[in-house]
Design a protein. Sequence first.
Lengths: 77, 618
Amino acid sequence: MKRATIQLETLTCPSCMTKIEAALKGLDGVNKDTLNVSFSSSRARVEFDESKLAIETITKRISDLGYEVKKAQVKDA
Amino acid sequence: MQRLILRNKRPITLISAILVSGAYTSHYLLHQEPAAQVMMLIASVIGVLPIALQAYQALRVKVVSIDVLVTIAVVGALIIGNYEESAVVTFLFLFGDYLELRTLNKTRSAIRELTEMAPESALKMMEDGSYQEVDIDEVDVGDSLRVLTGAKIPVDGQVVSGEGHVNEASITGEAVPVGKQAGDQVFAGTILDNGTLHITADRVGEDTTFGRIIQLVEEAQDAKSEAERFIDRFAKWYTPAVLVLAFIVWLVSRNIELAITILVLGCPGALVIGVPVSNVAGIGNGARQGVLLKGSEVIHDFSRVDTMVFDKTGTLTIGHPEVAQIKMYGEDQEETQSLLYSVESQSDHPLARAIVKHLAGAAAHDVEQTDVVKGGGILAQVKGRRVAVGNMALMRQEGVTMDEQARQDAAAMERAGHSIVLTGVDGQLRALVGIRDQLRPGVGEDLGRLRRMGVKNLVLLSGDNQGTVDLVASELGLTQAHGHMLPEDKAAYIKDLQQQGHIVAFVGDGVNDSPSLALAQIGIAMGSGTDVAIETSEVVLMNSDFGRLPHALGLARATARNMRQNIVIAVGVVLVLLFSLFFSSWMNMSIGMLVHEASILVVILNGMRLLRYRLRPR
């Protein structure tokens, strides 16, 4: 498992968080329990299985929603 | 294309503003009706694009968002040919969105200030031995780094070489620079005032003490209370419900105008954003003032606290006890001193450390065996003699006899407010040590203030003797004080208070008080920034600053009040709008959107007041 910290553009509404959470939960290989989208810091934290999907899949999913990904960091969980 | 539209939301808002005002000009001043209609139509189409896109993206992940309601309403208005309403609604929605972003950024400023104190780059030693400035993310554990005068220490680490003075105010609150040399620990986010240091990184990024503090503050702002989770669930079903309601109204009344007005009025914007805004602003204020409140549930409970229980040592007192008085009994005083010194050297109890410091230079013996008696002291074998160092209870247990003189001396020390450590050797009392710990400056005023704020019970629980505890209690005007308490006694006492219906906050340094910190509704840790207590308690007074406690309570109450106000505003506005729609004639789509956006701004501005919250003097 890897732990990703994704810095997003400033989130303007709590419903943005709901959208991003729903989108990432739908991805195979994402640990749903560790998913946390922070409204105050506009940051998403999640653990994922790197054998099932790449970080790029996650960031692409977010940018497809229309949110800019500023920086994505991956570390060993 | 998608991205292009969303990127240019601001210009689109501006264009739509120009078109709408142009349309009104030609309508009212120039009486050019066709031109006005065309401009309104163009404004609607341009304006609805970003909203419709967001709605589509939300629907793709099965979320019915506010954008969906607005898009359907606007499209409906276009179909029935009411271009004025569709244009005004899209413009107001976009403009409201813009104002929301602006004001929300203000509420987040407190946290941003904190994160901006985080180091961003480091001078890292490369493979060829030269130093290069790299981004902080490229620093790993074990890297060798150089820190120059005036720079921020980039990581938690150890000094390898060099010397300098570091300002650790961001971690400990102490603005006095601390001297650092080889072997010393340094912390990320602190500033090197002078000198040059070479360090190796032990912890980097979010794992550093500073990183953890920031993370805790961020998590606190996102931690949801029961009420918020309810609102979230409510909002999730509420939006589709509004959609269904509008559809039913249309089926029954065949009035499209009415149906799409319901869609606009039904947007739950202020309700969804009201509580998080208060939360972010309140916690942000705290973070700036050295008070960490962990989430809105904590704020809610803390605001209702009527009983505060305090630990003595390190909480009400400074926590650096000093020996005030020593009484020796028996002939060989030198032997007594060296036995006492040897045994106490084995312990890191604060009282033991005070004694060791006081007797520094006494002869040290090998201590053959030590047993720590919990809530009593230490039993040890030294040079074949049985030495007991501890409190009265331990002496009784060991059958150590005291003569009349010693009894009187002990009583006098107790009256003077000293903690007493007794030393018995082979069943004979050999020494009494009176130890004094100074009260924190200003503690009396802070407690007085808490009392005036309506905290009914201020209780002191301590492991110390009753005399000392009573003295402190009368000096500070506490309502109750109990001595001779073991950690488990304290926890039991708190449980008892809770069963009587009190809402209890426990204030302690978190080292031996963790059961009480965990048990009390609100555990308040005196954190020096490096403690584990930061993780386990609900409220942290950074820098161990007791003086922040009244502010913390005041802030929690103000924030809880603010959240309630915002909920009332949000619910009230929706009720008034729906009521006016059905029972009055002035309501239409545009006015509905205007009031709706205004209510969002009102709750945000109301929340922002918390950023400036300060406890009124006296």
